[in-house]
Design a protein around this ligand. Structure first.
Ligand SMILES: C[S@@+](CC[C@H](N)C(=O)[O-])C[C@H]1O[C@@H](n2cnc3c(N)ncnc32)[C@H](O)[C@@H]1O
Length: 308
């Protein structure tokens, strides 16, 4: 079977996927370990029997609804390849604006007050937010380097997710950058010490914020993403909150984050376009000033920030 013949068969078999041609291309690139251009210019290349077997197994997995990223084990985010397993949410392009907005604030603050920053990435999952932020800051602002590299506390309730995040930090960060990272298994801020004064200059978080009923609907397509990463309607004990606005966890996160910020520090969150404005209100009710809403590249409300 040639590359072209495989593509035709795969596209037919993956007709229920929203992107059959792209899925087939990504699977080919993964099995052949070649880039998009190679696949495009070598359509008549004969696949080996082993390649054919691996590709048809991958297509069968994709037919169950399993996303391509879980099949290949990687997802590109902010220009970096993150390792992913079904223990973590697959990083989404929408989340890249969270990294950009956090980086812009840090760079502005740093230019006014050089020093060392402490960053908390709450609900870190694959670590894509904190790790990309470190790489972006080190590469875009030469003054934020060496001893002035920010310290990162990467937090998640899931030990399996933290293991994935640590692996990504080991692979993507330099030795010096990696030394600035600390990983903590914690239910929100429970295990970060009950500091009276704040410790973080910025808390950045993409928490679970999808309404409970919508989470149930989303998971019906076989995507296998952890419910823990999506459902925002959970209590501090991890039980259903009985609400359906996706904001139960955020209602607990915001006052806790306030306590853990230094005066003048920033909390910036990703939310749904449907609950961003309500999140801004919760921030204001909990003492945050200068609250701000941000749009993503598709023009949807995506981030909310406030200053302590
Ligand atoms: C929406 S995912 C975000 C993952 C990653 N930051 C990203 O942007 O792709 C939310 C993460 O929050 C974690 N989480 C859920 N409840 C938590 C809690 N109470 N405390 C800490 N982390 C929690 C989940 O395990 C999951 O990894």
């Amino acid at each position: 079977m040639t590359i072209q013949q495989f593509k035709q068969t795969a596209i037919e078999k993956l007709s229920s996927s929203p992107s059959p041609a792209l899925d087939a291309d990504v699977l080919l690139q993964w099995i052949l370990q070649k880039d998009k251009t190679f696949i495009l210019f070598n359509r008549e290349l004969e696949l080996t029997e082993e390649q054919e077997d691996k590709l048809s197994a991958a297509v069968e997995k994709r037919r169950t609804g399993l996303p391509v990223a879980y099949i290949t084990g990687t997802k590109e985010f902010f220009g970096y390849d993150f390792h992913v397993t079904t223990d973590v949410l697959i990083p989404k392009p929408d989340t890249e604006v969270l990294v950009e907005n956090a980086a812009n604030w840090i760079i502005d603050e740093y230019s006014m007050q050089p020093g060392t920053f402490n960053v908390c990435d709450m609900c870190t999952g694959s670590g894509c937010v904190g790790i990309s932020l470190m790489k972006f800051l080190s590469e875009s602002d030469s003054t934020i380097a060496g001893e002035h590299l920010p310290g990162f506390t990467m937090c998640d309730i899931s030990s399996a997710a933290l293991a994935v995040a640590k692996g990504n930090a080991d692979r993507l960060l330099s030795e010096v950058q990696r030394q600035k990272f600390n990983f903590v298994q914690t239910n929100l801020f429970d295990n970060l010490g009950h500091a009276k004064a704040g410790i973080y200059d910025i808390i950045v978080s993409n928490p679970p914020y999808v309404p409970a009923s919508e989470t149930t609907e989303l998971l019906k397509d076989g995507r296998s993403e952890p419910r823990l990463a999506l459902d925002g309607d959970v209590t501090l004990e991890g039980k259903p909150s009985g609400t359906n606005d996706g904001l139960a966890l955020i209602r607990n996160l915001i006052p806790q984050a306030y306590r853990f910020l230094i005066p003048g520090g920033m909390l910036i969150l990703e939310t749904g376009e449907y609950n961003a404005e309500e999140t801004e209100k919760i921030m204001q009710e909990n003492g945050f000033k200068d609250t701000k809403l941000y749009y993503d590249l598709e023009g949807q409300l995506r981030n909310v920030s406030g200053i302590k």
